[in-house]
Structures are given as C-alpha cells and as structure tokens.
Design a protein around this ligand. Structure first.
Ligand SMILES: C[S@@+](CC[C@H](N)C(=O)[O-])C[C@H]1O[C@@H](n2cnc3c(N)ncnc32)[C@H](O)[C@@H]1O
Length: 282
C-alpha cells in the first residue's frame, strides 16, 4: 500500500484527505485497500461503538447466506448495488458456486471499487463492475454492461446490502427500491440490510460521526422505517424451517441453522445492528 498512499499515484484523482465508505468498510473487514484517513475515522468510532466491528462482519456473512439462498430458489442474475471493495466470498463466488454460469453486475459510485474489481474479474466473463450512482436507477439498469450481462425480462436479484443508510432522506431511499423493482419481472428478489438502532440517540451519534468525517451519507434509521424496503413485496421467512412470521431481523440471525431469528440482538447493550431481509416480487 505504500505507493498507493502517495497522493495522485493510485488511482488518479483520489482525494486522500476524505475517508470513503467503501474503504472504511474494507478496513473494518480487515482488508488492505484502505488509507490512513479511513483507518483514523473508523478507529475513532470503534472506541465508542465497538459493535460496528461485529455487525460489519455479521453483515458480510448474511450477504453470502442470502445470495446462496436466492440462487437456490433458481435466480441466476444478480445486480449488486453498493458492492464495495472485493473481499472474501464475493457475490459472484457464492452465486457461481451455487449456480454455475450465474451472472453478476457489481455497481458502486466509488471509482476505487472499479479499479480493484476490474482486475479481479478480468477472467470471469459472467461478471462485471460498473461505476454508477444507484439513485439514477435508469442509468444503472440501462447501462450497456448491465444489459449485456443481465436479461431484465427474467428474474433478477437486486442487492442493497448495507447500502440504504448511505442515502439521505432527501433522495428517497425506499423510492429507489420501488423504481428498481418496478422495472423487473415477477419472481425478482431483493436482498437488503440497513444499519438501524432502537436508541435514537445512539443512531444520531453514529450518523453525525460519519457525516463529520466528510463523507456523503444518509443516516441510521429505526427498524420500523427500514420495513419500507419490502413494501409491495413478499418477505421471505428468516427461519431455515420456513416457519414463523416473515419479519426483518438482525442480519446475524437471518436463516442461520439452529438459530432463532431475532428482531434485535439479544444483548440489550447492543444499540445498533444491520436489519436484514430478503423479499420477492409477487
Ligand atoms: C458499507 S459498504 C457495503 C458493501 C457491500 N454491499 C456489503 O454489504 O458488504 C457501502 C457501499 O455502497 C457504496 N455507495 C454508497 N452510496 C452509493 C450510491 N449512491 N451509489 C452506489 N454506491 C454507493 C459505497 O461506496 C460502499 O462501497
């Protein structure tokens, strides 16, 4: 990383004075594609909110379980929005293990994701990465690389994993989901998780910390607010035996064999978690 920390060397025009969500998340996941500015921002937050570390790792495991589950239902096309930097068990690896030939389009608005993703995916003809902003849903769906790899007349799995809290209210995060799903056929699915808190003060604390770091972000929302993601869709049961009420749960407990799905972490001290679910378009 040493040469990458020299401004202007990798990739060009990278502003090393402002942390990026993609690189901060990479640091929490113990990746190597982050800079001093990202590490400092996260280290300061971890002191006061150590559960960040846990819920980021839980979220990544949720992503893999959910992709495997959706592939098992027969979906072989994935649009991974806000995909982040490559890590272990990326969407294409999980999806193609479960369903060889599955196609994956990774989308992120941080160009560093493109820089890393292109190199990793160079030899995988069924996968690509594009730089786009998910708020422009038509630009994402009509991007030539999206339409080259995905047949939008067949079910697609849209992934909004640990993403919608990056979108401010003014940009109507849940309206984005509706616009995307409106253009996709019945049987399409959405995999999502969102940082939530049932302690408004704690939620506001994290929101202000991330915004103060200088990065563009939305906010921590309440579990009730995040339920809007699945509006008009059929939520899948979070239980591996398909029983119980289909509800959104702490991502750490979504379809984990032998684990009861929980609407919030059992530890009352844990004030924040990734609220998660999978829903299907009827
Ligand atoms: C917390 S990371 C989540 C990465 C991955 N989805 C996961 O759950 O492991 C959020 C990602 O969303 C990207 N992102 C934020 N706002 C976005 C936007 N408006 N359009 C596209 N990507 C965005 C960030 O650059 C970052 O890589």
């Amino acid at each position: 990383m040493a040469d990458r920390e020299t401004p202007g060397t990798f990739p060009p025009n990278l502003d090393l004075t402002v942390p990026s969500v993609a690189r901060m998340y990479d640091y929490v996941l113990q990746g190597k594609d982050n800079f001093e500015v990202d590490r400092k921002a996260i280290d300061a937050m971890l002191v006061e909110l150590p559960e960040i570390f846990q819920f980021c790792h839980d979220n990544r495991r949720f992503l893999a379980r959910a992709v495997e589950y959706v592939a098992g239902r027969g979906i072989d096309q994935f649009l991974d929005l806000g995909a982040g930097l490559p890590t272990v068990d990326n969407t294409h690896q999980v999806a193609q293990r479960a369903r060889p030939g599955a196609r994956v389009v990774y989308v992120d608005n941080d160009p560093i994701v493109l820089a890393h993703g292109r190199a990793i995916l160079a030899e995988n003809p069924d996968t690509t990465v594009i730089t786009a902003d998910l708020r422009d849903t038509d630009a994402v769906l009509d991007h030539p690389d999206t339409t080259r790899l995905l047949d939008l007349d067949r079910p697609v799995c849209v992934m909004l994993v640990s993403l919608l809290h990056c979108i401010p209210d003014a940009d109507d995060p849940f309206g984005i989901v509706r616009r995307l799903m409106d253009r996709l056929p019945s049987g399409s699915a959405v995999i999502f998780s969102h940082i939530v808190s049932d302690d408004p003060e704690a939620g506001e604390w994290l929101t202000q910390r991330v915004l103060a770091a200088g990065t563009e972000w939305g906010r921590v929302r309440s579990p009730e607010e995040v339920a809007a993601t699945a509006e008009g869709l059929d939520l899948v049961s979070p239980s591996t035996d398909d029983g119980g009420t289909p509800i959104l749960v702490d991502c750490a407990t979504w379809r984990v064999p032998g684990t009861t799905p929980l609407a919030r972490p059992a530890d009352p001290e844990q004030r924040m978690w990734e609220h998660a679910g999978v829903a299907v378009k009827p």
